[in-house]
Write a protein that binds this ligand. Structure first.
Ligand code: PMT
Length: 220
């Protein structure tokens, strides 16, 4: 039917932060609430898709009518998505994935020492770039959270990570981005750009998906 353009399509959405363990009681993470990713997942469901939501630790209830997979780390998020990637038609990466993790998570609680300390960090896998490198038929939609030079970095991510669209948000302000109920974004495609003024994340998610579907056609 006309109002269910994603009927028969498989959509994977990632949402929320990742959590990278330092020791049994400490971790590195970020302020992503999961709201933007959950809104994207719900919009895809409402457009008829079979949705898998892969999320890091958030305080939101599981949305109905989709498969929900809770993970903790960037590594686990990569595994959960990669194992379902072949069957996917769309992948939407709204998660705020940690870029670094402690090089070695301690098995026991790290004791405090006299004076300052340092922690060695290593890069986590870049999930979006990995998906971009392995892309066959999937439409790959990333986000870009920036505090400055939003357009430059968004276009760089579009090209470098082999994404089809990047949804860029300015996260230097408190009325949008991390934690807020509304967002202000710019959608960048290859030879396509559209600005979306301040809107609730729920309404925005629907507008973004409808725009992407209208632009790219429904994936075969
Ligand atoms: O969760 P909310 O509180 O609602 O906030 C929403 C949001 C601000 C988190 C969301 O709108 C957003 O911008 N998500 C992406 C945040 C981010 O990590 O941006 P980035 O510019 O660091 O990463 C770019 C893209 O690469 C993202 O699609 C990210 O999921 C992906 N990435 C990043 C690092 C990594 N190791 N693997 C990745 O896949």
């Amino acid at each position: 039917p006309q109002n269910l353009p994603l009927k028969g399509k498989q959509v994977i959405v990632s949402a929320g932060p990742t959590l990278e363990r330092i020791d049994p009681v400490r971790y590195l993470s970020n302020f992503s609430s999961g709201k933007m990713g959950y809104a994207m997942a719900e919009a895809a469901r409402d457009l008829g898709a079979a949705v898998t939501l892969v999320h890091g630790p958030v305080a939101l209830p599981d949305p109905s009518g989709m498969t929900v997979i809770a993970i903790e780390s960037a590594e686990q998020m990569l595994e959960a998505i990669l194992s379902r990637y072949d069957a996917a038609d769309y992948v939407i990466k709204a998660a705020a994935v940690a870029d670094y993790r402690p090089k070695q998570a301690a098995q026991q609680k790290v004791k405090k020492q006299q004076g300052d300390t340092q922690m060695e960090l290593e890069r986590t896998p870049d999930i979006l770039a990995t998906l971009g490198a392995q892309k066959t038929h999937q439409l790959l939609i990333g986000f870009a959270a920036e505090t400055n030079d939003v357009e430059t970095y968004a276009l760089d991510k579009l090209a470098r990570k082999n994404a089809d669209y990047i949804i860029a948000n300015d996260v230097s302000k408190t009325d949008r981005g991390f934690g807020a109920d509304q967002n202000i974004v710019t959608l960048y495609g290859h030879d396509f750009v559209q600005h979306f003024p301040s809107t609730s994340k729920r309404a925005l998610a629907m507008q973004l998906l409808e725009t992407i579907i209208a632009q790219s056609g429904v994936a075969k």
